[in-house]
Every structure is written in structure tokens, then in C-alpha cells.
Design a protein around this ligand. Structure first.
Ligand code: ZN
Length: 69
């Protein structure tokens, strides 16, 4: 997977690096962004199209950063 193409801002709450995660539940793949410091995360984005879901997760994370800053 090429996740480096989705740059993530640092956590707006603790300043640590955020990571784009990829997992599976009930045979459905999903992706989300989680902070490696405090553990706050975005909602899950189910991957009908993998890249699309990753972009959504990254965008959601980055938007949260902007609105809470
Ligand atoms: Zn954090």
C-alpha cells in the first residue's frame, strides 16, 4: 500500500504524529486515522474503493485539525 501520498497533520490535541491505519472487520476493509500519542481517531471509512476511503480518512483528520486550531 502507498499511504505516504496522504500527508497527515500532527494531532491538534497532543501534537504527536497521526497514522493512517488499515484494518478489516466482518470481512469489510476500512481505514481511519489515529493519533500515536493520545489515540484519538476519526470514524472508520469502509473501502468500497480503497484509495477513496484513505483519502476520506486523511481529509477528515486534516479538517479536524483546521477547525480545532
Ligand atoms: Zn493526539
Amino acid at each position: 500500500m502507498e499511504i505516504e501520498r496522504f500527508p497527515l497533520k500532527v494531532c491538534p490535541f497532543c501534537g504527536e504524529q497521526a497514522e493512517l491505519m488499515y484494518d478489516e472487520a466482518d470481512h469489510r476493509e476500512y481505514t481511519y486515522v489515529v493519533c500515536s500519542g493520545c489515540g484519538i481517531m476519526t470514524q472508520r471509512f469502509y473501502a468500497c474503493v480503497e484509495e477513496c476511503a484513505m483519502q476520506q480518512a486523511a481529509d477528515t483528520w486534516n479538517k479536524r485539525y483546521e477547525t480545532s486550531n
